[in-house]
Design a protein around this ligand. Structure first.
Ligand code: CTP
Length: 487
């Protein structure tokens, strides 16, 4: 006999009051109803961060069942109906509940168009992506709590295996995004992709091109947010999907050797940096910065005689590449993108501050440029240390600890992290009685530079005095009546 989860566990999975209402509707409308998919999977896995969405399969009258369920809930949610798909959904207390009628697609010999007919539960289950996502629990009172698992999904759940219920070729041609979902689930859950399934991903990798970028990026972000994203990137690489969806990352692969000198594999280094960052922060955008920090290394790579491999300017060029990559991936082009750009641009700067004779002004400049993202920048820099030599790692970490101290001391003294010009454009116009013009920008810039250089303190009076001196050089005099007023 096939293994089943403990009855108590199954009961617990359908203990939410919503299921009681659905059971009642299923009984009153005389239609069998089942909870399937991610909800059942996560419940059996006891996941800390379970799927909040509930998928209900109804054998006939799916839309009616959704409407009736919503009507019985207090407060009654509004139901969205998608007639063409025979589906309906509503949101109830942060939970999205989807109702689908079980359907079967069959192909008639005289037509290539599938005919959609009402189907059985198993018809529905076999059209799903993976065996672990095709588990169902019955809700109708006659079979309440019965576990239905025609493809041994429970066994796969226990063995930690991602496998398609049908021939993977069929499952993936239904929706090629599932190839990426296989990798996403393997990464999130730390599962292994079964061999036949994995081979099919490799063979069908080019079919990912027909999937919309938005759907691809949703999966990529889930891989990025997993506890160990490198697992996903190694699978993406081995399956050939990396080259399809992230050619810039694929280009980081490999090492080159000349005159006995090899550089490290930037791809392997990058995904280790990503894992290191993931251990310290849940910030998706910091993780994207980690993924892209060395993105311009292939384009800037040079072998310099007597020096070895260099990547001069990869920080600057890398930051220039970020918008293009974000646009193509349909990632937001707003301040999130600017944040990633900034971290890529600045990722070498803290290293420059590790020398003993570093000036206060260099520290001030970095604080000014990084602003509130200075802490994230330091996390990225520390994550960037991937040497296998423990002594080296220790030394670099100690250096960064000293940099953090310098940053703290200077910020306490000069407060340039959230720099607000101590003298405004308005002040300048009034003082010299001049209209808006380029001169104002020049003076403001001169004041900012003087503060960052340490020529003056970040203080209104000093800045005002400095402004008058600088303005004099430009031939500007303080307005007459202002001298009287002030003096
Ligand atoms: N599904 C599928 N093929 C897809 C997407 C989804 O077969 N391309 C099915 C699976 O049975 C899945 C269910 O629809 O379990 C719900 O999909 P979704 O909400 O995207 O994923 P979950 O499995 O719920 O997982 P998560 O919440 O982590 O995204």
């Amino acid at each position: 006999m096939k293994d089943k989860p403990d009855k108590k566990i199954l009961e617990k999975c359908i203990a939410h009051p919503l299921f009681r209402v659905i059971s009642g509707v299923s009984s009153d409308l005389s239609v069998p109803a089942y909870v399937v998919g991610g909800y059942v999977r996560d419940c059996l896995l006891g996941r800390d961060n379970p799927s909040q969405d509930i998928d209900i399969v109804v054998l006939g009258k799916g839309i009616e069942a959704a409407r009736e369920t919503a009507r019985r809930l207090k407060p009654s949610p509004r139901v969205s109906v998608f007639k063409n798909f025979g589906t309906a959904m509503f949101r109830y207390k942060d939970i999205e509940v989807d109702f689908v009628g079980a359907r079967r697609e069959s192909y008639r010999q005289d037509s290539r168009k599938p005919v959609v007919e009402d189907g059985t539960l198993e018809d529905d289950q076999k059209r799903r992506d993976f065996t672990i996502n095709a588990l169902a629990i019955a809700l109708h009172p006659d079979e309440h709590g019965t576990f239905i698992d025609p493809f041994d999904g429970l066994e796969d759940l226990r063995k930690k295996i991602i496998r398609t219920p049908l021939d993977p070729k069929v499952t993936f041609s239904d929706d090629p995004l599932r190839m990426l979902r296989a990798i996403r689930f393997a990464t999130q859950l730390d599962f292994r992709i079964e061999e036949e399934t994995f081979r099919a991903i490799y063979r069908n990798r080019r079919r990912i091109r027909i999937v919309s970028m938005e759907r691809i990026t949703t999966e990529l972000n889930k891989i990025m947010l997993a506890p160990r994203p490198s697992t996903g990137f190694l699978l993406l690489d081995r399956s050939g999907l990396l080259e399809e969806i992230l050619p810039e990352i694929h280009a980081l692969k490999g090492i080159e050797k000349r005159k006995g000198m090899a550089h490290k594999d930037v791809f392997l280094h990058t995904i280790q940096v990503l894992d290191n960052v993931a251990k310290k922060s849940d910030n998706l955008w910091l993780r994207w910065a980690a993924l892209l920090h060395d993105i311009a290394k292939p384009a800037t790579k040079k072998f310099v005689e007597g020096q070895g491999w260099t990547f001069h300017g990869h920080d600057f060029l890398g930051s220039k590449m970020v918008p293009r990559i974000f646009r193509r991936l349909k990632l937001p082009m707003n301040e999130k993108m600017k944040y990633v750009q900034k971290l890529v641009a600045l990722h070498l700067r803290p290293i420059a501050l590790t020398t003993n004779e570093v000036s206060d002004s260099a520290v001030r400049r970095l604080l000014f440029e990084a602003g509130d993202d200075i802490e994230d920048l330091m996390l990225l820099c520390e994550a960037d240390i991937t040497s296998k030599n423990e002594k080296k790692v220790k030394k670099h970490l100690e250096n960064f600890r000293v940099v953090r101290e310098k940053l703290k001391t200077i910020e306490e003294k000069d407060a340039v992290r959230n720099f607000q010009p101590p003298v405004t454009g308005e002040d300048i116009m009034q003082t010299f009685d001049i209209p808006p013009s380029r001169t104002i920008g020049i003076l403001k810039e001169a004041i900012k530079e003087a503060i960052l250089e340490g020529t003056i303190h970040n203080d209104r009076q000093e800045a005002y005095q400095y402004m008058i001196e600088q303005a004099k050089k430009l031939g500007l005099e303080v307005k007459k009546n202002l001298i009287k007023e002030e003096g």
